[in-house]
Write a protein that binds this ligand. Sequence first.
Ligand code: SF4
Length: 154
Amino acid sequence: MNTLTGESQMQRIIRRTGRKPIQCKCKACQQQCHTPCLGTPQDILRLIKAGYADRLAPTEWWAGMVMGCTDHPVMMVQAIADGDWCTFFHDGLCELHEKGLKPTEGKLSHHSMKVDNWTPRKSISWNVAKEWESEGNASVIEEILEEMSKRNNE
Ligand code: SF4
């Protein structure tokens, strides 16, 4: 929550992307789960606290450079892929959905998104990725890194 504006992280991303949370189980939406959707630092910390740390990994997000939004890869921790699909995708469903733990990109993404009304800076992926570089999220990111490093030392 931004203390000045009273706007939550999800409200901010909804405002910037123009997307709203939506649920759809159609084949086109399922295809999006080949690549794990992006979570904000807060999404990822929730997953760690729910016991899913072993299905997450540090990653460098290069897509922002390809889209022309940034000049460097964004460092983050995200869900891993397991074979051809996201580790949380089973029999056409997201394991995290019913638990309320689906990452923000997965919550907002829908097959109706069209190339003709898409701009890189308004994309869900860029607006979620940016959260990993926000000063306001530094303490959450630090906690994630501590938790991941504890796990690596176990
Ligand atoms: S976390 Fe869920 S919605 Fe996101 S890619 Fe994986 S299975 Fe799909």
